[in-house]
Design a protein around this ligand. Sequence first.
Ligand SMILES: [Zn+2]
Length: 436
Amino acid sequence: MEHHTALGCMGKERTGGIYMKDPFHFLSHTSKICRNCGHPVLPFFSLGAMPLVNTFLRKEDIPLEKRFDLTVGFCSSCFLTQLMITLSPEVLFRDYVYFSSVSSSFLSHCKKTAREFIKRFDLGKENLVLEIASNDGALLRYFQEQGIGVLGIEPAKNVAEAAKTQGIPTIPEFFNYAFARKLKEEQKVSADLVIGMNVLAHVPEISDFLKGVSYILKPQGTAVFEFPYIEGLFEGKFDTIYHEHVFYFSLLALQNVFKNAGLEIYDLSMTPMQGGSLMIFAAKDGVFSVNARVRTFAKRESKYGYDKLATYRSIAGRAQKNKTELLALLKNLKKEGKKVIAYSVPAKGIVLLNYCGIGENYLAFSVDKSPAKQGLYTPGVHLLVHPLAQIYKEKPDYLLILCWNIADEVMAMEELKPFRDRGGKFIVAVPKVKIY
Ligand SMILES: [Zn+2]
């Protein structure tokens, strides 16, 4: 689930509106071998050269903007889908400016999750919950309220600082094996529950990361991870592919990745987060028996060919078809003299616009609720971002809704009543091109 709040359409991603002083010094890493098992990775879908979708630009930064190859590959040995080129997390996540606690719908999700986990794992004062990428402590605070010990690990220093100010113990670091060792040996920390929401797909050194998780877990402890499920790619949601997402997980792949770190997935559930996420429960190998849900889920993936490269090749064809249809529609509207604008500019929307080559050629401008993005230019296609009020001034005929996961919510928005009343229409492009 992405959150539609006063800050606009965004998920738990570093959002725009931030420009770095020296924004284009990146370390990148090309991988022809699997990040989990070392076997060759074969590319199956390239989105071309893509800018950093969360780095919005000032006018003077536009000529400096860089693009990096965005190609996804598949390992036929462990079934892990991964980017062929990855960028340094140090660059991508150190100055993340999104604060979880800003979104009220996200907070109620946190409260519900904490309540469920406290009951399920029978957590009390003697226990410790460790959250990786804990943001401003939005989730941990609900454990802390019940007297349970908490510790957050959050690499974005400003966000970690905000958590500490609110009394949530937080270490401003990246989590990995060396860090876990240090934490356990020097500070005697070990966890009953490790939580990682929307973080696993972002960690290039995933084996090292999970070895750290295994190391910091108590013998009977559980690690819970939630991440967008790979099924979305087969459903045409290809715009969730960008540099921050190094991996696109199937259960079959994750079982192999966890095994490599001495961990075993024993339970799972699907959640509506990010338009379809998988939540998995893992423990040290052999501690708990793997339940029927996991076995059934794995069988279903095998049946649909999630372990075969040929299955992944269909993703490119579907994306291409989507691009052709959207471009044809926009060309027609242009011919008819209609004015089309982009409604909201989330990371995935930036991917779509760049992949399709849609900028000022078809769109008059873009709007976004996030004040941090307003007045800046969108990555790659360089549309100026306006506040919503621009819709009343310029009176566009169509809004291209880029935050498709909350399209229903957008179409019903009170602020857009005047637009609807004068016959304004909506276009949703992903997973299918449709006019409303
Ligand atoms: Zn592999």
